[in-house]
Design a protein around this ligand. Structure first.
Ligand SMILES: Cc1cc2nc3c(=O)[nH]c(=O)nc-3n(C[C@H](O)[C@H](O)[C@H](O)COP(=O)(O)OP(=O)(O)OC[C@H]3O[C@@H](n4cnc5c(N)ncnc54)[C@H](O)[C@@H]3O)c2cc1C
Length: 479
């Protein structure tokens, strides 16, 4: 695979002059100050450098810009809301690439409540898409804490998950059609609003999750669902991850597709939230080893949802699966329970840096994984603190490791490679994945090379070579 080298100065000037004729001066940013917000990653841990930041305002301008990049062999880093957590949407430090921001492509193109689809530009903010669906009496179910900033293009490129995957699936399951600009600057119109379409290789699925390494997504047809009549939340206290698994099975058996959320949180997670956000009420006076936040949606009525949830909780208490539980009886109470879950990442950030893992495992293996891996971490890094929470229903854990009390966060981060190795080896042992929902980007590229089989890596490289032979699409990411 060829790698781009810096353009000679004259060629760089010619390329940028051409971009200005395509996009107008205001949308070709080259000064350090104006480019800086596009170059630093969400967590503020890395700042790259770029030849320019380009901000096309239409699909045609995206295609024209990519054609220019192909002609001058300028690498392209596609960027949406820049909320990705694996350094996928920021350039490296060489200054050879352009950042292509999709932020100005923000039109809702069409809502079809009868086909239950919405067609949008890739730069649309997720929350705006949710609201547009709601205005038509429909639900677009992708929901995540970054929804006020992240874009549909970024959600598709990372195959984002979120809190309702258990019921509605990842972004891949929520997408019917795509519009993509290829690395040669051609426009593929795959905006088909079909639920059945078996006409050869599924190109759409190639671009979803490709993190901008195969082409630029400019538009998408997404699935809509009926708005549930009611959403009811409960928080249960449990003795162990095994009990959480028992509760999941019980809730799925009894509630079926009505179970839309099932989030696990360890005692230490809620302790962190209590310490960093003492104003947030916590419903239990006694401490318990684990907690589960359950959410049920009903297409019938609130009474139906409450009855279903209360019966499920009652059965779990009777069988001693859970020790205690509260069921929210108002939207405010439900929001306050969700706030506990949503404040875990914020509490971690306030407490200081830690070593993060976004992993997935077969759901049934999660208790054994935790039981084996937590003591190994303690043995290797005595006193380290495990911040273990996540979408248990999807087999997805955020398995983060914070320093022992009294050890500086930066000093502990020096152990990152060893901690990653211990955790990822354990994930591999249980046939899990080292990236459940955040992707690979530049951050986990070496880890991917370690854990994917040589055959799988070769097949991925063959696809990349076929679609992007000059390696201009987000080079250095994934592969
Ligand atoms: C507070 C917080 C909570 C989060 N929670 C979740 C969660 O629950 N579940 C989850 O899955 N993720 C979560 N994430 C990470 C998640 O990946 C992003 O929030 C989101 O999907 C990225 O969208 P974005 O528009 O910000 O993409 P960016 O960060 O801009 O880009 C992400 C990747 O997609 C590529 N890309 C962007 N736009 C395009 C395009 N139009 N065409 C081709 N490639 C493109 C970029 O090059 C990059 O590789 C969270 C992040 C934060 C900060």
């Amino acid at each position: 695979m060829t790698h781009a080298t810096a353009l000679p100065t004259a060629a760089a000037h010619a390329f940028l002059a051409h971009c200005r004729t395509l996009l107008g001066d205001a949308h070709v940013l080259t000064r350090d100050g104006e480019m800086e917000p596009y170059l630093t990653d969400w967590r503020g841990r890395f700042t790259g450098s770029a030849l320019a930041v380009l901000r096309p305002g239409s699909v045609q301008q995206v295609a024209d810009t990519v054609r220019a990049c192909a002609q001058w062999r300028v690498p392209i880093v596609p960027q949406g809301g820049k909320t990705g957590l694996v350094l996928g949407s920021v350039p490296d430090g060489t200054g050879t690439a352009i950042v292509l921001s999709l932020a100005r492509l923000d039109r809702i193109r069409n809502v079809d409540p009868f086909n239950r689809t919405i067609t949008v530009d890739a730069g649309c903010i997720l929350q705006i898409v949710q609201q547009a669906a709601q205005e038509h009496g429909c639900l677009f179910p992708l929901s995540l804490a970054a929804e006020g900033s992240c874009t549909i293009g970024g959600n598709l490129a990372t195959n984002a998950g979120g809190t309702a995957v258990l019921r509605y699936g990842n972004m891949r399951e929520l997408c019917l059609g795509l519009e993509v600009v290829t690395p040669q600057g051609e426009l593929w119109d795959g905006l088909r609003a079909l639920r059945k379409d078996n006409t050869g290789y599924d190109l759409r699925d190639l671009y979803i999750g490709a993190e901008g390494t195969l082409g630029i997504i400019t538009g998408a047809v997404l699935k809509l669902y009926p708005q549930p009549k009611a959403c009811i939340t409960a928080l249960a206290a449990l003795p162990s991850p095994e009990a959480a698994l028992d509760l999941l099975k019980l809730a799925q058996d009894r509630c079926g597709a009505s179970l839309t959320g099932f989030e696990l949180m360890s005692a230490f997670c809620l302790h962190l939230v209590r310490t960093q956000f003492p104003q947030l009420p916590q419903p239990f006076t006694a401490a318990h080893p684990q907690y589960v936040l359950l959410e049920l949606s009903s297409s019938e009525s609130e009474t139906h949802a409450v009855a279903l949830l209360e019966h499920t909780i009652g059965a779990a208490l009777e069988r001693h699966i859970i020790a205690d539980a509260v069921v929210a009886t108002s939207i405010a109470q439900s929001q306050s329970l969700w706030q506990l879950r949503e404040h875990i990442p914020l509490a971690q950030a306030k407490a200081g840096k830690n070593i993060k893992h976004d992993i997935s495992l077969p759901v049934s293996s999660i208790p054994a994984f935790i039981a084996q891996t937590a003591p190994r971490l303690q043995q290797a890094f005595p006193g380290c603190q495990l911040v273990c929470f996540g979408h248990l229903g999807d087999g997805n854990l955020h398995f983060n490791v914070a320093p022992p009390d009294g050890i500086g966060h930066d000093a502990f981060l020096a152990n990152q490679a060893e901690v990653n190795r211990l955790v990822h080896d354990a994930v591999d042992h249980f046939d899990g994945s080292i990236s459940a929902e955040h992707g690979i980007g530049a951050l986990k590229r070496d880890e991917l090379a370690r854990y994917k089989s040589p055959l799988e890596l070769n097949l991925m490289r063959a696809i990349k070579q076929a679609l992007d032979p000059h390696n201009i699409m987000n080079p250095g990411k994934i592969l």
